[in-house]
Design a protein around this ligand. Sequence first.
Ligand SMILES: [Zn+2]
Length: 410
Amino acid sequence: MRQPGNIAGRMRNAYPTRIEDEYQQELAARPSRAGRLVMARVMAAIETAIAEYKAKAQEERAAGLREDAEVPYDPNRALVLVQRALTGAQVGYTSTVGQINIDAVLQRARAVDALATRVQVELAESVPGIRTTSDPTVGYVLQQAWARENVGLIKTVDADLFDDLATHITAAVTKGQSTSALAELIQARTGVAERHAAFIARDQIAKLNGKVVQQRQQGLGVKRYRWRTVGDERVRDTHRAHDGKIFEWGKPPPGTGHPGQDFNCRCFAEPIFDDEMLDDSPDDTPEMRAAQQEAERRVAERAAARARRQAEEVARVAREAAATSERRAAFMRELEREAQRAQTEALRRAQDEQRALAEKLQAEVNAALNAKPGTVRLSNGATLAESPDGKTLTLTLPDGQKRLVSLEPA
Ligand SMILES: [Zn+2]
C-alpha cells in the first residue's frame, strides 16, 4: 500500500462546498418566493374583506341597525376571498417563478461528479504506477437518478408549503385575526419551509458526493477506503467509532452505510491504493522515475488550471449575483404593485357602493318632497312626514329618533 501525502486534507478540501451553498440558496429561495406571492394575495384579499365589512357596517349604522363594528371583517366572507387568493398564488407560482428547471438540477449533479472525478484521478496520479483511467460517462445514470429524486423532493416541499399555509391561514381567518398577525404567520411558516429546503439541499449534495466518490474510486480499481470524519464536535459517536478504520466498498458498514449516506453526514472515504493496483514493473527503474515525474508535472499543471478556473468562476459568480439581485428587486416591485392594485380596487368598490346608497336615499327624499303632503316610508325603514302647514319635515329613524327639517327659505 502506498498512500500519497496529505490525502485526507486534499479530500477534505475537495468537498463540493460551493455547489452545496448555491444549491442550498436556490432551494431555500423557492419557499421564500412562494411565501411572498401568498403574502401579497392574501393581504389584498383581507383588505377587500375589511373594506366590504366597513361599508356594510356604515350602511347598517345609517339605518340605525347597529352602533358600530367591533371586528375587522366578516370571517366567512374573508375565507372565500382568502381561498381564492391561495389558489391563485399556487397556480401563479407553479406556472411562473416556481417552475422547476430540471436541467439546472442535473447540472449540479454533473458539477459534483466532475469535481469528485478530478480529485480522485489526481490522487491516483500522485501515486506512481497506479492505473488512472476514468470513464466520464460512468456517472450518467447516477446523475439522472439524483436529478429525478431532487425534482420530486422540490415538488413535495412546494406542495407541503402551500398545504401548510392554507391550514394555518384558514384557522387564523376563522378566528378573525388581524392583518399583522396574518402577515407574521405567513412569514413564520415560510421560514420553516426555507430551513427545510436548505436542509434537503445539504443532505442531497452530501449523499450524491458520497456516491460519486465511491463510483469514481471503484472505477479506478480502489477496493477499500479509510473512514475519515471531519473531526469536529458535531460528528456522531457511531461515525467517530469508524474514524481511521478501513472498510470495503463492497461491504457497507451496517448502521451508517458508506460515508455521506447517513443524514447530514460529512464523513469521507480516503482511498486505499493497494499494491494490486500497481503495475508489475519494479520500483526505481528509469521508466518508474519518469512516470513519477510525469505524474507530478500533470498534478502541477492541473493545479494551475484549477486556480485559473477558480478566478474565472469568482468573476462569473460576482456578475451573476449582481444580475440576480436586480431581478429580485424587480420581482418585489411587481408584487408590491399587485398588492397596491388590489387594495385600491377594494376601496374604490366600497366607495362606489356608499355613493350609490346615498344617491338612492337622496332620490327618495326628493320624491317625498315633491309628493307632499303626507308621510313617506323610506327603503331603510325611516319615515318622512310633512307638517300640515308645509313648513317643516320630520325624519323619523327606525330606532325612533326624530329630526326636524325646516322647509322655509332660510
Ligand atoms: Zn459522518
